[in-house]
Design a protein around this ligand. Sequence first.
Ligand code: 9YW
Length: 446
Amino acid sequence: RRLWVVRRLSRAEIAAQAAEVLRANDRGSLTVAAPRLYPHMWSWDAAFIAVGLARISPSRALTELETLLAAQWGNGMVPHIVFSANAPLYEPGPDRWASQETSPHAPGHAATSGLIQPPVHASALLRILEAARGAGAAERRDVLARIRALWPRMLAWHRYLAERRDADGRGLLMIYHGWESGMDNSPRWDQPYADVVPDPDFRPFRRSDLAALGEQAQRPTDADYVKYQWLIEELRQARYDDELARKSLSFRVADVFASAIFAAANEDLARVGEALGLGAGDELLGYAARFRRGVLGTTDEDGFAADVDLRTDTTLRTKTLAGFAPLLAGGLDADRRRRLVALLHSPAWCGNPDLAYPLPPSTSPQASEFDVARYWRGPQWPPMNLLLIWGLERSGEHDAADRLREAALHQLTDGVFAEYYQPFTAHPLGSRPQSWTAAVALDLAC
Ligand code: 9YW
């Protein structure tokens, strides 16, 4: 096994180069997720990008969230892709989604997808607010005024999720597509996807990801992709209507990781609201408690969490990073929290002797589904490290957070800012330079 060997950057060099990547990927009011493969704005990427940008300019960081939320649907949904005009073709593009023709909620002025991604945005907003406190008086005033203006949209987003994506109040977000989890081809979704059967006369469209990248072995397979495309067709047939979708789609799953992100995000949004005297604190803390309970309700004796297939009411126990959701949401009793942190450090995860860096692979190397190079089935993803670091800090596990922070930063001293990393060799994989990776590097290096 050949390790990826490079000149290591210093902390200051990482910060400078990461800032340069974000500058180069900046298109004015939005940062593209990646220049070639993803020339548009992705929802959770935008949140991580804002966290990174907050280190350079809280004002520019806030613009990122403003641009995303300007494309919010009338029902509060924040779309997972906002398409930039004049960008190279991306499939599925605006025509494929046909959101404006299909749903009365879709915004008239922006072309968007009709799915969501995990709600990291409020956590980004809190970090922008904190960064603004250290900025000059004029920027601080401007940022605070703009956060106030953005507040109704943030609240509408959280209400959409709590009301439309958890209509039964079980404290778990329902997703309609693996893409909504942000972890497209994770083994988490193998079982639910087995039940997704495209119509025999459904004609799949061209994949733009392979044309841009060409790395077949590192991307989801064609068989996966046909199902991804077919689900969009089903959603369109349901006119992007949540009532219809939650009854008709052939993929309906409770995403425990997104639910944990949402629990934390509600606390963060409540803190923003409190700092600015905007109210809604009880409502948001109520959502936080409900989703924390929802996440904890899926755990095993080690505190490891699971997704739930809502079509069959089956718990989906897979050995993926999502199992650590309770560390993000908080609320585990001290004993099980210690066990879960011990599991994180064990050979099944960060303590695996074959790892180049002690960072959690997207899927455990001990799982039968583990694939060292294929997207969410094994590689390490820098933004996931940041979520875990935040969660460990929130859970009072400061030593574990520090260990992860050090390893995460060390991995990024290669200066490549890749989309994901081969966990055993540290080879950078996927597209590059990926904006959210640069943003995470910037945040960790500052
Ligand atoms: C795709 C942009 C997005 C991320 C997702 C990741 C990938 C798009 O890229 O999805 O075509 O597969 O899975 O989490 O937001 O970086």
